[in-house]
Ligand binder design. Structure first.
Ligand code: JFZ
Length: 476
């Protein structure tokens, strides 16, 4: 009996699209082993920097209700017991952002150096910033009336910025929506309606805005949604068939065992790892070779507009360091903006955009299309690489002005170094070998070099034999 069972188990395990010998057959796990190799995904991978925009009716109260301060994330204020649901659900009647100018936002994002934007079409409250025909709770029913998603898609696309649409699976406005799995036949029927509604809205978005590049899902952790994994998988395939090249992160669906992001066999579900939110991995090994991005807030945990930020607010230097860290581990950083109820970007965010943009203008070469460099991490900063160039982004300038670098013995060796911003040369000092026979060098920053911001040194490399010669020549 036991032998029969084991044989049966083995047969079951051999079926399906298992990737490795020790993996189990999954119908709704990862559908691909390794990274996507197509041009659309390659383009996404090279973005480096993105902008996130959280906008909706929550921007009107801006984290306050009747004089009281809401300490949570502003876009969650509806769930606060101090704010009556009814009051929240009527906010749309006041939604009239007369300052909104999609072209101004897009220009600002472009000047910041963002290559893609993720824009909230619908957050957990269910309010739609496009005139969806499947609900009345949309921008069309507000005094503003006009389609906001449409304006965003055209303005950003015109600036050469790729648009990805944020879509919340959680929808507090739909009567069939629920977080826990439906139990009674009535609940099940209502949930089926919610599923159909969700699918309709997603198809509607892809049809109305064919220029978009991807969908950024959120709120898919609900047990009710996780339980629907085979259906969600089929929906995903339909969306991909409708929109070739579509990019979807790992926060859309679970496998049939309820595993999210990484399936039961440990393979990434869909196109990139979406678990890095307000968090950056310690080392590239945590990514297991997958694409990823990090969505980051400027204050601690505020996505929608909160008129009063409390706690530590990140500076442009903090965000630039995060950006370089992400790119050094083959990821993108997406910086969040929360415009106010009138459609204005707050001054603190405008300043961040400007400062990051100035830095990107001078140093973007070390970011766009750059990737992980397999060199030992150093305390002064981070390495990225592109072709035969290495970029040393310096965030902690040593008092000695000497930057240690270490090259594995068979790596291409450094032959020339200079500041990315102005091309001024940087001396490469040969510091011998360590006991592993790695080649050690020091980059000598001229003591008179003044930098009020992080800076980048380009290191040109040549493969060993050539390098040996080049280096000897460079010394003469
Ligand atoms: C979600 C939303 O609830 C929030 O309002 C915002 O839109 C953000 C981008 O996404 O919040 C999350 C989702 C996932 C994690 C943390 C906050 N997470 O995986 O750590």
């Amino acid at each position: 009996m036991r032998a029969i069972l084991i044989t049966l188990c083995c047969l079951v395990m051999l079926q399906g699209s298992a990737h490795a010998a020790d993996s189990i057959a999954l119908k709704h796990g990862a559908h691909r082993a390794g990274k996507r190799t197509d041009a659309d995904m390659q383009r996404w991978r090279e973005h480096g920097l993105g902008q996130f925009v959280h906008w909706g009716v929550y921007a009107i109260p801006g984290g306050h209700w009747e004089g009281k301060y809401y300490p949570g994330a502003a876009e969650w204020i509806r769930s606060w017991r101090e704010m009556p649901k009814k009051a929240y659900d009527n906010l749309y009647k006041q939604f009239n952002p007369t300052d909104f100018d999609a072209r101004r936002w897009a220009k600002q994002a472009k000047d910041m150096g963002a290559k893609y934007v993720i824009f909230t079409t619908k957050h957990h409250d269910g309010f739609c910033l496009w005139p969806s025909k499947y609900t009345k709770y949309t921008v069309a029913g507000t005094p503003y009336k006009s389609d906001i998603v449409g304006q965003i898609v055209s303005a950003y696309t015109a600036e050469g910025i790729d648009v990805h649409l944020y879509f919340s699976i959680i929808d507090w406005s739909h009567k069939g929506y629920r977080s826990a799995p439906p139990q009674t036949p009535k609940e099940r029927a209502a949930y089926e309606e919610f599923k159909a509604f969700t699918a309709n809205q997603l198809e509607e978005l892809l049809t109305a805005y064919p220029a978009i590049k991807g969908l950024w899902f959120d709120g898919s952790w609900d047990k009710a949604w996780v339980e629907q994994s085979p259906w969600v998988d089929t929906l995903g395939m339909k969306l991909r068939a409708m929109h070739p090249g579509l990019i979807i992160g790992s926060r859309f669906r679970a496998d049939e065992y309820g595993k999210r992001h990484y399936d039961t066999n440990g393979n990434l579900i869909d196109d990139y790892d979406q678990t890095w939110e307000r968090d950056i991995p310690e080392s590239i090994s945590a990514l297991k070779g997958n694409d990823w991005d990090c969505a980051m807030t400027i204050p601690e945990n505020q996505w929608g507009y909160h008129s009063e930020w409390k706690g530590y607010v990140k500076t442009s230097a903090d965000l630039l360091e995060m950006l370089v860290r992400c790119v050094a581990m083959d990821g993108n950083l997406v910086v969040n903006f929360g415009p106010d109820g009138r459609g204005s970007i707050r001054p603190e965010e405008a300043a961040i955009a400007r400062e990051m943009g100035e830095w990107m203008q001078a140093n973007g070469e070390a970011i766009y299309g750059a990737s992980h460099a397999a060199l030992k991490q150093q305390g002064w900063g981070y390495f990225t690489k592109k072709g035969d160039k290495l970029y040393a982004a310096v965030f902690n300038r040593p008092v000695s002005n000497l930057l240690s670098i270490e090259f594995p013995r068979d790596a291409a060796l450094p032959v020339k170094a200079y500041f990315l911003a102005d091309g001024k040369p940087v001396e490469i000092v040969d510091a011998g070998r360590n006991k592993r026979n790695s080649r050690l060098y020091k980059l000598a920053i001229p003591p008179e070099y003044v930098a009020s911001k992080p800076f980048v040194i380009v290191i040109e490399t040549l493969q060993s034999a050539e390098a040996e010669e080049g280096y000897q020549q460079a010394k003469t």
